[in-house]
Write a protein that binds this ligand. Structure first.
Ligand code: 5FX
Length: 532
């Protein structure tokens, strides 16, 4: 579907630390990027990393008014750059997942009647029934998670229904906590939005619906029925369905920009707003992981593996299944390994003299399969697989537990171990890659990319674009607009003709792949033993 000549699609990403914008043109080229950092550019809110850590060590919140102020700030910066708001055909958006925004009864009126002569934050100041929004870093709801799993028949039952076992950061458990501990604030709440749907609400001037993909991060949505689960809602808090509103497919146009933005910044009055979604779903869109088997591995502080799946297998112990943000009948599957780049850096420092060059050279000079030497580093309690006890576990080629390998074997083992683990646990939840897009810091490391390709037995691709969530939001703006213009659902890739292809960085060596396949059983055993 061709876009109007000269038209732009804008993606906004309200992430944990900043609000970012990316605009793409009708040829899908990135033509503009900007951002507003919460800590440094909105210091009055006193956040660190965009959040407030509470003294109890488990509660983490952000001031929702900061997200409001950031929107005006970012748009003002764009106006300073003479950004052509009038050319924006549609806006899409991304928000950190799981965070909730609690709106009082007066909020809808305020949203509908914003005055372009006054800052947004001044007008929205009094609309929050909870002025410290719980965000994804919060882990204070262990009690509520246990109760949900008890009420719905156990962790696996919750995962089968909602895509994930009960997680502390998931919004339903946060809602249960607020209902239990602050019933008056709950009663005063007219609407509970996610960060994503809240940002869309500001733009449309009304409550914008939660989209099905971000809605899957709440432990409240039936991922197969694609509606709120009555059992989960009833257990969580009274009158919740009305407070959430009905969820919509992620490609839905949820409104047009309200006059505030047209009058103040010069947006086109018919500029469409496409449902905002979570940052991870938007990254999937930004990386165009459309077909089942299209998988990305992001190597960062945490390593994440996510992709499209038509037949996911939700797990009662690890990983997440979300409704796909780009293909309403499909799913997005995601696993997170906590011991990522910090662990690799630790091994680099201990076994490669602190040099990435020596680290890579060690990989190059050791054989695939490392002569049977395998390791599992649990420097921090691991999420996938769930391992509470920290330590480093090693087996040598004769299956003996050892406390150290030769330095080069130590390096290869940490890299191979992380990919073997991702292969095992990805497959366990329905992620079977046919190709892998490598992103994040370590993806520029060709030795690691080669190991990745051989472990999974598929080609590894790399792309240039950072900020995949904001880019995905811009792509989804284009997709939602194309579906609305056609009056029917259009496949994501048809809505993005001519998007730049990714570059093939490695192809698997069948012999090396066979070595890794034969190692899977031993690696699973190592993980099991680390959990005992
Ligand atoms: C996903 O489940 C997470 O909690 C994080 O990746 C947040 O979405 C970060 F914003």
């Amino acid at each position: 579907m061709r876009a109007p000549v000269g038209g732009l699609f804008l993606g906004l990403d309200s992430s944990t630390q900043s609000l970012k914008a990316i605009a793409v043109d009708d040829d899908l080229r990135v033509v503009y990027e900007n951002s507003a950092n919460f800590d440094t550019e909105l210091p009055a809110f006193g956040t660190r990393g965009g959040a407030h850590q509470h003294p109890d060590g488990v509660t983490v919140t952000s001031p929702p008014l900061m997200w409001v102020a950031a929107l005006d700030l970012l748009l003002a910066k764009m106006a300073g750059d003479k950004f052509p708001f009038m050319k924006v055909v549609a806006i899409g958006g991304s928000g950190q997942q799981h965070g909730s925004v609690w709106l009082k009864r007066n909020a809808r009126d305020v949203l509908r009647n914003l005055d372009a002569a006054r800052p947004l934050s001044e007008q929205l100041e009094g609309v929050f029934s909870v002025d410290a929004s719980p965000i994804w870093m919060d882990s204070s709801t262990g009690h509520q998670c246990r109760e949900l799993e008890k009420a719905l028949g156990g962790a696996q039952a919750v995962a089968d229904l909602t895509g994930s076992r009960a997680y502390e950061r998931f919004t339903g458990n946060q809602i249960a906590k607020i209902w239990q501990t602050r019933p008056r604030d709950y009663d005063n709440t007219d609407r509970i939005a996610l960060v994503s749907s809240f940002m869309a609400s500001l733009l449309t001037g009304d409550y914008a619906p939660i989209d099905l993909s971000d809605g899957s991060g709440m432990n409240l949505l039936g991922i197969r029925s694609r509606t709120w689960s009555a059992a989960a809602l009833d257990h969580t808090a009274p009158g919740l369905a009305a407070r959430l509103g009905a969820p919509v497919p992620s490609h839905s146009v949820v409104g047009v920009v309200q006059p505030y933005f047209a009058n103040k910044y010069g947006f086109w009055r018919q500029c469409a707003v496409v449902a905002f979604s979570g940052d991870n779903p938007n990254s999937l869109a930004g990386l165009r992981l459309q077909r089942p088997g299209d998988v990305a591995i992001s190597l960062g502080t945490s390593d994440t593996m996510f992709g499209s799946s038509s037949n996911p297998a939700p797990s009662g112990s690890e990983g997440h299944v979300f409704v796909s943000p780009i293909e309403p009948g499909a799913f997005m599957v995601m696993i997170v390994r906590k011991n990522g780049s910090l662990t690799r850096e630790k091994v680099r420092d201990a076994s490669a003299g602190g040099s990435w060059e020596d680290f890579n050279e060690a990989i190059a000079r050791t054989p695939p399969g490392n002569d049977g030497c395998i390791s599992l580093h649990v420097d921090q309690p691991e999420i996938t697989p769930p391992l509470g006890r920290t330590g480093v576990y090693r087996l040598d080629g004769r299956d003996r537990v050892v406390s150290v390998f030769q330095p080069a074997a130590e390096v290869r083992a940490v890299v191979e171990g992380s990919f073997l683990s991702m292969r095992i646990h990805g497959a366990g939840i329905g992620l079977k890659p046919t190709s892998i897009l490598a992103t994040g810091g370590a993806s520029a490391n060709m030795e690691m990319v080669r190991v990745m390709s051989n472990v999974f037995g598929v080609p590894v691709l790399v792309g240039e674009q950072a900020n995949s969530a904001a880019l995905g939001a811009a792509y989804r703006a284009r997709h939602g607009w194309a579906c609305a213009a056609a009056g029917r659902f259009i496949p994501f890739d048809e809505a993005l003709p001519g998007a730049a292809p990714f570059r093939r960085a490695a192809v698997p060596d069948p012999a090396a792949h066979a070595v890794y396949t034969a190692m899977l059983g031993r690696y699973e055993r190592l993980e099991r033993e680390a959990g005992v």
